[in-house]
Design a protein. Structure first.
Length: 336
């Protein structure tokens, strides 16, 4: 069935900025939109717009190129497809709500999910708050599949775009959410700078990033194992790496998850059990997503609490609140 994409594309061109020349006047056509300034053409895919058609970038270094190519290999198709049919009722935004929701209005006006992945959080937000205008941006090539799944949600629109160079005008967004994305890019600071640029004054961000577990010895040791393994994973195709994660998962359960689970059952040792890497794991399927995220990602920047705080401050954010859990740092901040 041919879907009518016009409502989605109309909303996108209202906020979009050309990644090539930074202009924001568009000519809308049936299959693509064209920048009136530089005539760059971006295709419409199932209601989403692809702002990075072939990642024809001027890479600053071979490392940067590796990160983009690996990110596409890792998440571009596989992860999103794998998750597409399995829509949960709540997803990662619930953590932001639990940590900051009682003190701040997290969802307001125009909402942007950066690195929205399978789109579950964007979908949840748009449906829970029908008065909002929501956008999801991700590098993944099959964002069109996500857009098709959510086609009937008229206040939710998807773009394929880069967190390091958002295809959005300055000051068009009121609330930004990004869960587990910036630490997998070449420059997390640039991602925060971009978030700041597209926010309106008075807008807010909610960001989750990995901690370096500076105060948690078992997890800190886990990150060292992660570092060692990712050196090896980096030189093999992601598909093989993902299979290796499945093969490794019983051992990870045996060494970390099950002992952690056991300790958590003893009241006096509960805290120690909770500090074990992947302590929530019960079966290989329950830890595979996290294992693959940590071992098959192109890069895992990990932050001390101070370094996490400094990311926000350097970009110009104020009223910063940080909650650090055994999983990572959650930050809420505002643009004055
Ligand atoms: C670990 S997944 C998290 C997805 C989603 N936020 C969630 O909570 O499930 C990381 C996501 O970041 C996206 N990503 C990685 N680098 C990106 C970049 N430079 N720009 C936009 N998205 C990026 C990946 O495609 C992937 O969907």
């Amino acid at each position: 069935m041919k879907l009518d994409n016009s409502c989605h594309v109309d909303r996108i061109v209202e906020v979009a900025r050309c990644p090539a020349c930074k202009s924001s006047t568009w000519l809308k056509r049936e299959k693509n939109i064209m920048c009136c300034q530089c005539e760059a053409v971006f295709s419409i895919q199932q209601g989403s717009v692809d702002f990075i058609p072939n990642l024809n970038k001027n890479y600053k270094s071979s490392h940067e190129r590796y990160i983009y190519e690996r990110a596409l290999e890792n998440w571009g198709e596989i992860l999103h497809e794998y998750e597409l049919n399995d829509v949960p009722e709540t997803y990662h935004h619930i953590h932001f709500v639990n940590h900051f929701g009682n003190r701040h209005t997290l969802f307001k006006g125009v909402v942007l999910g950066i690195g929205c992945g399978s789109g579950f959080d964007s979908q949840w937000t748009a449906q829970k708050y029908p008065g909002l205008l929501c956008f999801g941006v991700d590098l993944g090539v099959n964002i069109g599949g996500v857009a098709r799944r959510d086609h009937s949600i008229t206040n939710l629109h998807y773009m394929r775009g880069d967190a390091l160079d958002l295809p959005l005008e300055n000051k068009v967004v009121d609330s930004i959410f990004s869960y587990g994305v910036f630490h997998h890019t070449s420059e997390p600071q640039k991602c925060l700078d971009e978030a700041y640029r597209v926010l309106k004054p008075g807008g807010s961000v909610c960001i989750y990033l990995y901690t370096n577990h500076e105060n948690n010895l078992p997890k800190y040791l886990g990150t060292q194992v992660e570092k060692f393994l990712t050196n090896f994973m980096a030189v093999i195709p992601v598909k093989i790496g993902r299979m290796l994660c499945w093969a490794m998962s019983p051992f990870i359960l045996l060494i970390f998850s099950w002992p952690g689970q056991l300790l958590k059952k003893i009241p006096s040792l509960k805290k120690i059990g909770g500090s074990f890497p992947l302590h929530w794991g019960t079966t290989p399927a329950s830890i595979i997503g996290d294992l693959q995220d940590r071992l098959c990602s192109p890069v895992n920047h990990r932050f001390s609490r101070k370094a996490f705080q400094s990311l926000f401050e350097k970009s110009g954010f104020t009223n910063l609140e940080i909650v650090t859990t055994t999983g990572g740092h959650f930050g809420y901040a505002e643009k004055l």
